[in-house]
Design a protein around this ligand. Sequence first.
Ligand code: AOF
Ligand code: ZN
Length: 370
Amino acid sequence: MVQDGQEALHRRYMAAAIRLSGKHAGLTGTNPSVATLLVRDDGAGPEIVGRGVTAIGGRPHAEAEALAEAGERARGATAYVTLEPCAHHGRTPPCANALVSAGVARVVGGASDPDHRVSGKGYAILREAGIEVIERVLADEASDAMAGYLTRSLKKRPEVTVKMAISQDGMIGRIGEGQIAITGEIARRQVHMMRAASDAILVGVGTATEDDPELTVRLPGLAARSPARIVLDPAARLPVTSKLVQTAREVPLLVAAGVDADAPHRAGLENAGASLLAIETFDGRAALPELLEDLAAKGMSTLMVEGGAKTVGHFLEEGLVDRIALFRGAVVIGKGIAAPFDEDRMPAGFRLLRRAVYGDDHYSEWARPI
Ligand code: AOF
Ligand code: ZN
């Protein structure tokens, strides 16, 4: 009974730490956004004495931030850490050693760290110092909160999220009509929040041309969080008059074009402020695995694919989609372009993570295990 109570307590604080880690999601570079809570109980019940999140840019690490807040009160406390504490001397000393020096009594860890400098070594340092270690508490939830970092570490490519809006009657648009509003204002804001937490947004050249989107974050106070925009454009035919190119000097625009695409057009895009990403093409299609490997090498851990249907289909066919963010709008379109999948027809391997309601729109999020 006492044991059950302890386990429930550990899960509760780990869940709180995972929520806290979201604060810097997308802002910690190639480092995951980790959170640490230091909790002590002096007899009157548990009390949080230190909170830390990996700092913007990736350092200091979460543990250091939490220990700094707790000071002497860290002694004898339990540390809840969403990722195994690091064991390596990077630009900061190892967090495992910092926890030992501070005299914490117990460490409860969430996700395991695939980084070979850390994997298993962080926990070993703690145990050798006589600290009680409980591993993998809410490990799936903790891993999900840093899926970009884990995917980039394990698969050498960014985590790919497909965002799709489907009308009430299962359509994603009207034939030849470009962008039409499927979801409402609250869902739109949610999409902008998702963009702000991503390292890059990608669309196919068809969507970029027909819809002429800007793909920036347009939320009060968050405009500076617009990630890089990428257009999959094997033949380099994105018009220089498009909004994407026109805003390329304010928000980075990468055009992924074949090396043998029209040279004057490629030069035109570059002169307008876009950067070219050389890609391999086969039968006019981009080699996606190589492109993603390139993006990971540039430090990108999360990529949001916003369409169109052909591009989404291409990523799915190649098994390169990790997560699906599905918005089901209230509008009825009638005759249109049917969605390739929906809540009842998900691609194989995806399981439901969460549902939410945004105004009149229903949201569901699906993922495959990392
Ligand atoms: C932690 N706490 O808050 C984070 C960790 O380049 P460095 O020295 O910052 O090390 C990066 C590695 O540190 C990264 O690959 C991951 O293993 C770990 N991240 N570790 O103890 C943290 N963000
Ligand atoms: Zn660390």
